[in-house]
Design a protein around this ligand. Structure first.
Ligand code: SF4
Length: 348
């Protein structure tokens, strides 16, 4: 019978230490293993070069090593690179590298599929299969960084947690992975270069605020009209605006941070002047910046991208209210770079 119950990366350093000493091994081996797991990005037992074979055998007899592998990657004409990763149980998730002049931003996933079923999102059509482990979230960064270094000698400079899934509904694993990515003794990336996005899970926003991690927060708002948002983002039914606003105020009080509002402009849905007014009103509650995102049409959704003219009108109104607005150029249109599109195609 398989006596393995846990993935090695679900163990704390203390637990690894306990196992090592129980086996009659020297305690310093635990630290070495920990470094292999979270600093050097080992994804299989044999990667741990300075660990003796007999100890590797004992580890592999007692623990799983559930790492990700890259199934494929596709490069867009604008350089955006989308990765399809395979989990140990043969499920598929996505990660994306987005290039701008001085940055390479990695977008990572936290769940296989998503339960929130936002109307404009291909991942929502997949439903939720399961949460990703901290190791699987971490692996996306390791794999994309290895690829990036191999092609350009550059490394990832920024991370957005905005791929498949809702990070705050897999809070512990997402935060554990981000802790490993930011701690100086592991990957040591500055938390100031990381943004975690939520569809509006109020309770998660409060927990994230309490961590005061230095990471940024983005709300995928997409409309400030609550009735419409209940339709296109059903998460609003269990997280009404008053709760989301209170949680965002709390986040700002705790951290002093400006909050990013992500706003996907959808033709004739949320791009009217009325909608812009509602958005400006919503944003009165805390310092914000708004990212206007062009919509990547999917075959599955009924939405279309707004016209340039409508977009300009919308943005002008917000700017007239002294709100910081960035327009995000649509990246990777030709490779289905919007969240969940590749995994959905693969599933079909
Ligand atoms: S937009 Fe995000 S929260 Fe909404 S269904 Fe897609 S992955 Fe889930």
């Amino acid at each position: 019978m398989d006596k393995k119950t846990k993935d090695i990366r679900d163990l704390s350093l203390d637990e690894i230490n306990h196992f090592i000493t129980q086996q009659g091994e020297k305690a310093f081996r635990a630290k070495q293993i920990d470094q292999w797991l979270w600093k050097n990005g080992a994804r299989e037992w044999n990667d741990m070069k300075n660990i003796p074979n007999n100890l590797l055998e004992k580890l592999s007899e007692n623990f799983h090593f559930k790492s990700l592998s890259t199934l494929t990657h596709i490069v867009s004409t604008d350089g955006t690179t989308k990765f399809l990763f395979e989990t140990h149980d043969k499920k598929h998730i996505e990660g994306v590298l987005i290039f701008s002049r001085d940055r390479v931003t990695a977008c990572i996933s936290t769940q296989i599929g998503c339960a929130l079923n936002c109307g404009f999102c291909a991942t929502g059509k997949l439903g939720l299969y399961r949460d990703l482990s901290a190791g699987e979230i971490f692996d996306q960064i390791i794999l994309m960084n290895e690829h990036l270094i191999s092609i350009s000698k550059r490394a990832i400079t920024n991370i957005v947690v905005m791929g498949m899934g809702e990070a705050f509904l897999n809070f512990e694993n997402s935060m554990k992975a981000l802790e490993k990515i930011t701690l100086p003794k592991y990957l040591g990336m500055s938390p100031r270069r990381i943004t975690v996005s939520t569809a509006g899970v109020a309770d998660g926003i409060r927990k994230f605020a309490d961590l005061n991690s230095g990471m940024h927060l983005a709300l995928s708002l997409h409309t400030a009209d609550e009735t419409l948002r209940r339709e296109i983002m059903p998460v609003t039914k269990s997280n009404p605006f008053n709760e989301i606003i209170d949680a965002l105020k709390y986040f700002h009080q705790k951290t002093g941070e400006r909050i990013t509002m992500e706003y996907l402009l959808l033709k004739d849905v949320n791009d009217s002047l009325e909608q812009a007014k509602a958005l400006a009103e919503f944003c009165k509650n805390f310092p914000v910046k708004i990212n206007i995102i062009n919509y990547n049409s999917t075959d599955e959704a009924d939405f279309k991208a707004s016209s340039e003219e409508q977009k300009n009108r919308f943005v002008k109104f917000l700017e007239s209210k002294n709100i910081i607005v960035n327009i995000r150029a649509s990246k990777g249109d030709d490779i289905a770079a919007a969240c969940g599109q590749l995994a959905l195609k693969n599933k079909k």
